[in-house]
Design a protein around this ligand. Structure first.
Ligand SMILES: CC(C)(COP(=O)(O)OP(=O)(O)OC[C@H]1O[C@@H](n2cnc3c(N)ncnc32)[C@H](O)[C@@H]1OP(=O)(O)O)[C@@H](O)C(=O)NCCC(=O)NCCS
Length: 165
C-alpha cells in the first residue's frame, strides 16, 4: 500500500510548491524557467488554473506536501482548448518510488473528466525518467525540437509526447 495521498490544491500549498519548483529551476534544465518564481507569482498562476477549473493535484505523505501536478492549455489560442499539457513535480527526495505513476494516473483521469481530448508532454530530451513514465502510460513520441532551450551555458532539445484521452 502506498503511504501517499492525493487531494485538490489549497492556498496553503503555495510555499511548498514554490520550494519544490525552485529546486528544478535552480538545478536542472527540466524546466526552461531560469529564474524561480516567488510565492506571489506561483499563487497568481494557480489562481488562473483554479479559475479555469483545470486539474490541479497535490500529493502528501505524512501530512507534508511532496509533489504537485496540473494539466492546462498546451497553448493559449482558443482552437487549442481541448488540448492540455501536463506538469508533474515531485519533491526531489520522493522520486523513483512510484508517486509519479500515482499522480499521472489521477491527472489523466481528471483531464479526461474536464473535457480535454489530447494531452501533450513537453520534456527536455535528456530527462530519461520523465520520458519513460509517459511512454509507460501510452504516450507516443510525436516531435523532437533541437536546440530550443539555452540554460546552464548549453543548448537543450525537447521531445513532445502525446496521448489521446
Ligand atoms: C518525472 C517524475 C514525475 C516521475 O515520477 P517518479 O515517481 O520519480 O517515477 P519513477 O522514477 O518511479 O519512474 C516511473 C517509471 O519509469 C521507469 N523509469 C524511471 N527511469 C527510467 C529510465 N531511465 N529508463 C527507463 N525507465 C525508467 C520506472 O521504472 C517506472 O516504471 P514502473 O512504474 O513500471 O516501474 C518525477 O521523477 C519528477 O517529478 N521529476 C522531476 C520533474 C519532472 O521531470 N517532471 C516531469 C515534467 S512533466
Amino acid at each position: 500500500m502506498s503511504d501517499y495521498s492525493l487531494r485538490p490544491f489549497a492556498w496553503s500549498d503555495v510555499p511548498a510548491i514554490t520550494t519544490i519548483y525552485r529546486h528544478y529551476v535552480d538545478n536542472t534544465a527540466i524546466t526552461f524557467d531560469t529564474e524561480a518564481p516567488g510565492e506571489e507569482a506561483i499563487a497568481e498562476k494557480y489562481a488562473g488554473l483554479k479559475k479555469l477549473g483545470h486539474p490541479l493535484i497535490i500529493a502528501e505523505r505524512a501530512g507534508t506536501v511532496v509533489g504537485y501536478a496540473y494539466a492546462s492549455f498546451y497553448r493559449p489560442r482558443a482552437a487549442y482548448r481541448f488540448t492540455c499539457e501536463d506538469s508533474i513535480y515531485l519533491d526531489p527526495n520522493e522520486t523513483g518510488r512510484g508517486l509519479g505513476r500515482i499522480m499521472l494516473t489521477e491527472l489523466l483521469a481528471q483531464s479526461k473528466a474536464f473535457g480535454f481530448k489530447q494531452m501533450l508532454a513537453v520534456i527536455t530530451a535528456d530527462t530519461a525518467n520523465s520520458i519513460a513514465i509517459h511512454e509507460k502510460f501510452g504516450f507516443q513520441r510525436v516531435g523532437y525540437y533541437t536546440g530550443v532551450g539555452f540554460k546552464f551555458d548549453r543548448w537543450h532539445d525537447i521531445v513532445h509526447l502525446q496521448k489521446a484521452l
